[in-house]
Ligand binder design. Sequence first.
Ligand code: HEC
Ligand code: HEC
Length: 264
Amino acid sequence: MTKQISSVVTLFFLISALVILLEGCSKEKEEAGAVQKKETTETVKDKSESKNFSAGAAAGKELFYMKSGSNNISCADCHNDGTNSDNPLTKYFSDIRGADKRTSTYHGKFKGEDVKKHASGASVCWENYLKMKTPLTDEQINNLNEFYATLTSPDAKTEIVYETIALPSKNKAKLKEVQKVITGLNGDPVKGEEKFKLSCGTCHGENAKIKKVPDIFDEFEGNVKSIVFNVRFGDGAMPFYNEEKLSNQELADIAAYIMKRNEK
Ligand code: HEC
Ligand code: HEC
């Protein structure tokens, strides 16, 4: 009798051991399969990227999307590369597509060889708008140039001509005229609020995403004229807006909104 029980027990143990062993094996197989699957998708992704992207272009793209440590702004906040037009500010500044093919950039500031050497003008933005302490390196410039070359657009331009009084130098005489025009217009603060959200709201106000920006809704000491000065000339990390993209009437509306918010 005891012999019988012990053999049943032994059999039970043997079967359990077998079940555990089999389960373990299939699990290992599953895991191996998962690893293999992961490797395959990664290779596919690498291949598709390398079709359009060299290592340099990929590094250039990374730089284009990198947030500056000093004020949290990136190139992609201001310029469209064909994929980020959702960002409202890209409507106000030039399209980056075709920047490598331009014969002149930054309103004639860079021509000929200088276009490539300054990554089509990015060197200015790097220092002024991203507030970087050290200039772009030759490698970073090459990377940006390679990145531009991967971007195509049906209407890419060899030169962008924009109506501005900020370039090639700040035209102070013209500013006075513009200030007179804008103070003479009837600004609509309701329209101004809408426009402000799109053209200034990334940096100023309640939904600002940028660091170290002055508060212009509280204890603002300026007036309509000084707002025109800041917007048409730009100031430090603030870009200038040209007349084609932001009209005098729109600027008058924005100024009316800012002044209204500051009424106490
Ligand atoms: C705060 C907004 C802002 C940021 C950030 C910025 N730029 Fe600009 N960029 C401008 C303005 C303003 C101009 C001159 C007017 C224009 O092109 O609309 C300009 C001009 C340029 C031009 C020349 C366009 C032309 O053909 O005249 C290039 C190229 C450029 N930027 C690249 C870059 C790159 C690359 C970065 C990131 C390192 C960058 N920018 C960051 C605002 C910005
Ligand atoms: C990319 C971010 C950015 C955008 C976009 C921007 N600003 Fe600015 N703005 C700044 C920064 C930074 C300063 C401070 C400039 C400095 O002193 O270096 C500033 C300064 C100002 C000042 C002066 C503040 C003072 O206390 O004197 C005014 C007015 C102003 N901006 C209005 C505007 C308006 C209006 C718009 C939209 C049409 C706008 N800004 C868009 C970043 C921005």
